[in-house]
Design a protein. Sequence first.
Lengths: 247, 75
Amino acid sequence: MRVESEVGPSVREAEAGQPVTSPIKEYGEIATPAPPASNIHVLSIVGQIEGHMVLPPQNKTTKYEHIMPQLVAIEQSSEIEGLLILLNTVGGDVEAGLAMSELLAGMTKPSVSIVLGGGHSIAVPIAVSCSYSIIASTATMTIHPLRLSGQLVIGTQQTYEYLERMQERVIKFVAEHSRCTPESFRELMFRTGELLRDVGTVLVGQDAVDAGLIDSVGSLSDALDKLNELISIRRKISGGKKRGKVH
Amino acid sequence: MLYTIMPLEEVFAAPPWEAGYAGSAAAPHPSVPAVVGGVQVLVSPSYDGRNRVERIISTDPADYLNPRLAPGTLI
């Protein structure tokens, strides 16, 4: 009551006479029917994968704090049945990449990854962690050794061992989740003469399939067909305790 | 530790607007997370006090078809 008494006469008049300052409620937008909820969700991993260190703003990044809770939400959701991963990344933080890969590999729902453009360095474990992996015929994957980031003192025995251990984690994960053996993956990493500035290998489309990393060459329709196939297999296996790994 | 094909001197280089190159763009406003209609987005402040949608952070493909969330839309 007290509030009403404080309102000036001009405001009361305006309320009565439909003032021009009243908030516009109708924008004349055409109401489109809501699209039916999709049972397939999509996650795009682009640019640099950003982990513990925030990268300077000229880098386009995908942040692990955005991706990881989404993976948990997808696994928990009762409506979502499958996950499509779009990869076009130049690599990034080793631990963030491995964390995403481990979560993807630990999901019971089927997932299909498509490497588009490029899926280099730490994107390799992410691509192979899915139930099924696809590469576009023009996409490339660069396999190369880990390099020191500069903050570490170069040349000491400890530094070398740290680097070696990090590299082993990547090799172990890739070998466990693809048809590529640790020996052949290491061979791709340290091959000389393929890269201009460094040791390593560039795999284009079919090369990645031949190396045993990726399951097949294809694009969006192939990925969706595969995902729907995996979803129908999972529906048949009631309970869904079995992991959807196929080769 | 980074495992990337990008040269590290390029990843950690000063952004062009800080390095002071002639003709380089002004520093963009940093994007901040926001929730619009239940969907997480990244927005940057626009000149008139409204916010411009920069990026949608959602796994639901239908959110990318929502015209009110299209990148560049002022909210």
